[in-house]
Write a protein that binds this ligand. Structure first.
Ligand SMILES: Cc1cc2nc3c(=O)[nH]c(=O)nc-3n(C[C@H](O)[C@H](O)[C@H](O)COP(=O)(O)OP(=O)(O)OC[C@H]3O[C@@H](n4cnc5c(N)ncnc54)[C@H](O)[C@@H]3O)c2cc1C
Length: 378
């Protein structure tokens, strides 16, 4: 006998949003997390048109109508970008209609959750949103980044990718600079988009300092060491996250991360409503979340990740130069849409035809290898 409609395991952005929206929709919900009241500190950014309509506007720390990339020449892209203030964002996801259990889950199945103290909870559905922090598989490609917060300074444009070497003599392996305004000041972050192994945090910190040496900025807040941020997560967990008899996996560890970019928060927030709609209509949430089109898009993006992993630093810069020359519609199909297979294929083709011949052959080789790996992992 099920006690509630839904148990959500994990109260990160994905799990808390799902629990909150399910509670608002009238479902009986339990949220399990050892530290559900811990403040969120990670800087969450997203394309403005990816933000769900219900996102509280007051949690947006900065908003820009365009963003800039250097690939290596400067290009302004006419697509808005938002940066959330993490703690107000957490608090905006109200748990008024949710039973919160501050405990670590042990065994998690499709309809039961066994807590570490032995208590067994049952529900019609269990969603596993435990994130990727415990994923220790070193063979997985990872994204790493190191960022420093400083006082806002001019120019303060939103720079999503700056591939210029900026004082770094050898950009190998490749990293780029990401510079945005946040609630904690200006964040200047050096990012390894995807690496196997990724660039170590210590090396990214060195590169941030090198770039800063050419454009010194004051630390955010009072005098003293500037606040910093570290990013280190796998770009995917399972090759086919929709498979398996266990609970529905959701969020960064459940295939909601775009494996070619590392973005997941906006995708998860959008998908929350897909799950809530399925649950309230008494339909299977896994089927609703993973139609064939979404599965195909995910596998194609894994091939995109294989390409990123195979390119040399110089090729990566040329690749992104071709990418950001696409229309916003084409960029969205690559970066954002979860189930637009033809749109994604057209975007991939449009990047490919813009690449020089040598890069084309590297892309084909990496794509074929990526596709073979996917078949082998079936
Ligand atoms: C510094 C930083 C900056 C980032 N910036 C961006 C960005 O700008 N845009 C973007 O899209 N992504 C960004 N990411 C990636 C993104 O943050 C993560 O992918 C996102 O947090 C994933 O959310 P999630 O809810 O799926 O998992 P998590 O945020 O990892 O949450 C998992 C939750 O599960 C809980 N949990 C774990 N084990 C158990 C257990 N056994 N029982 C119960 N609960 C458990 C944890 O306590 C945690 O609360 C960033 C990541 C970092 C680290």
């Amino acid at each position: 006998m099920s006690d509630v409609d839904l148990i959500v395991v994990g109260a990160g952005p994905t799990g808390r949003a799902l629990a909150s929206r399910s509670g608002v929709a009238g479902l009986r919900v339990i949220l399990v997390d050892p530290n559900p009241d811990d403040a969120w500190t990670a800087t969450y950014g997203m394309y403005a048109d990816d933000a769900p309509s219900w996102l509280d506007a007051s949690v947006v720390a900065s908003r820009s109508a365009t963003f800039t990339v250097f690939t290596p020449h400067r290009r302004v892209v006419d697509r808005g970008y938002l940066v959330l203030d993490p703690e107000p964002f957490r608090q905006s996801l109200s748990l008024e209609n949710v039973e919160v259990i501050a405990e670590r889950a042990g065994v998690v199945s499709a309809t039961t959750v066994t807590l570490r103290d032995g208590t067994v909870l049952t529900a019609r559905h269990v969603v596993d949103a435990r994130g990727t922090a415990a994923v220790a598989d070193e063979s997985l490609p990872r994204q790493t980044a190191f960022g420093v917060f400083s006082a806002p300074a001019e120019p303060d444009e939103t720079v999503l990718m700056d591939w210029r070497a900026a004082g770094i003599s050898a950009l190998d392996p490749a990293s780029f600079s990401y510079r945005i305004n946040t609630a904690r000041g200006r964040l200047s972050q050096e990012t390894c988009l995807a690496g196997r192994p990724p660039i170590p945090i210590s090396e990214l910190e060195r590169r941030v300092r090198l770039r800063q040496a050419s454009t010194p900025q004051a630390p955010a807040g009072s005098a003293g060491a500037a606040a910093t941020e570290v990013v280190d997560f796998p770009m995917r967990v399972r090759v086919r996250p929709w498979r398996g008899d266990g609970p529905l996996r959701f969020g960064a560890a459940g295939g909601l991360m775009n494996p070619a970019t590392g973005y997941s928060v906006a995708h998860s927030l959008h998908a929350v409503d897909v799950i809530v709609a399925a649950l309230t209509a008494d339909q299977d949430p896994a089927t609703a979340l993973w139609p064939r089109s979404a599965r195909a898009v995910y596998l194609l993006r894994l091939i995109g990740l294989a390409v990123l992993l195979a390119l040399t630093p110089a090729q990566l810069v040329t690749f992104f130069d071709a990418f950001f020359a696409l229309s916003i519609r084409r960029q969205r199909a690559y970066l954002s849409a979860r189930d637009d297979v033809w749109g994604l294929l057209r975007s991939m083709w449009a990047v490919f035809v813009r690449c020089p011949t040598r890069l084309k052959s590297a892309v084909v080789t990496a794509s074929v290898r990526g596709a073979v790996d996917l078949v082998r992992a079936a």
